[in-house]
Write a protein that binds this ligand. Structure first.
Ligand code: KIV
Length: 261
């Protein structure tokens, strides 16, 4: 059954939530109804579009991929990641998120940022746009912070993250993605809010997990973050299959009698 914001929020403390990313209708169909929600992450700018970071993803790209994912997974709650630079002020954020809601079937958007983005979350949620927050390691800060930096390493930063979570919750976020945070800090952040906290590289003491589909299926070979569990070695399965196909073509093993008209 397709989740709603209410059913997602009721899960907190009762069962763990699972989220996966998807970028196209083909894989979204495979994930439909298996997970609680699908995120059309701007990570597609790396593993799908081949760029070094997420920053050059555009609104048009995110809308295109979100449309495809919604078509492939009609029974799953789909979240569209708002790309870098599309929510720097309330007016732009509202204009761009309304475009996402009008042009796709997404149930919510995701924006990166804590207390400093609470006014943006408020502007969206008070205008009927459901918002999933994203705090901790925020990939859109890759260039400004000079890399991916793990958060929650000391008490001061943990306190700041707790405040971030409280402020975006109070602004109306229905859930929060928490990325790249030490487990003890993640535990305290999760306990401090009543909305579900979905971790990625944040340990097990959260309300659910999210993984990037191409990481967990072992298809993205450029690098493997420590927190990723590869459930299959997709890259070698695909390479072996293609190499077998090429040999079959060369050896006249393909097509056979039943594979022709
Ligand atoms: O873009 C993305 O895939 C994400 C996940 C890492 C949570 O934001």
């Amino acid at each position: 059954m397709k989740q709603t914001i209410t059913s997602i929020q009721k899960a907190k403390g009762n069962r763990k939530l699972s989220m996966i990313t998807a970028y196209d209708a083909l894989f979204a169909t495979l994930f439909d109804e298996q997970v609680d929600f699908i995120l059309v992450g701007d990570s597609l700018n790396m593993s799908f579009a081949g760029n070094e970071d997420t920053l050059s993803a555009t609104l048009e790209q995110m809308i295109y991929h979100t449309k495809a994912v919604c078509k492939g997974a009609p029974n799953t709650f789909v979240i569209c990641d708002m790309p870098f630079g599309t929510y720097t002020n309330e007016n732009d954020a509202l204009k761009n998120c309304v475009k996402v809601f009008q042009q796709t079937n997404a149930s919510a958007v995701k924006i990166e940022g804590g207390s400093s983005k609470a006014h943006i979350v408020k502007a969206l949620t008070s205008n009927s746009i459901a918002v999933c927050g994203h705090i901790g390691l925020m990939p859109q800060n890759f260039r400004s912070e000079g890399g991916y930096k793990i958060k929650g390493k000391d008490e001061q930063n943990t306190k700041a993250l707790i405040q971030d979570a409280i402020d975006i919750q109070n602004a109306g976020a229905f859930a929060i993605v928490l990325e790249g945070v030490k487990e003890e800090a993640a535990k305290q952040i999760t306990a401090a809010v009543s909305v579900p906290v979905i971790g990625i590289g944040a340990g097990i003491k959260v309300d659910g997990q999210v993984l990037v589909w191409s990481d967990m299926l072992g298809l993205f070979e450029a690098f493997k973050p420590k927190f990723v569990r590869q459930y299959i070695n997709g890259a070698s399965l695909v390479k072996d299959a293609v190499s077998t196909y090429v040999k079959d073509v060369e050896n006249l093993n393909f097509p056979n009698e039943s594979e022709k008209y």
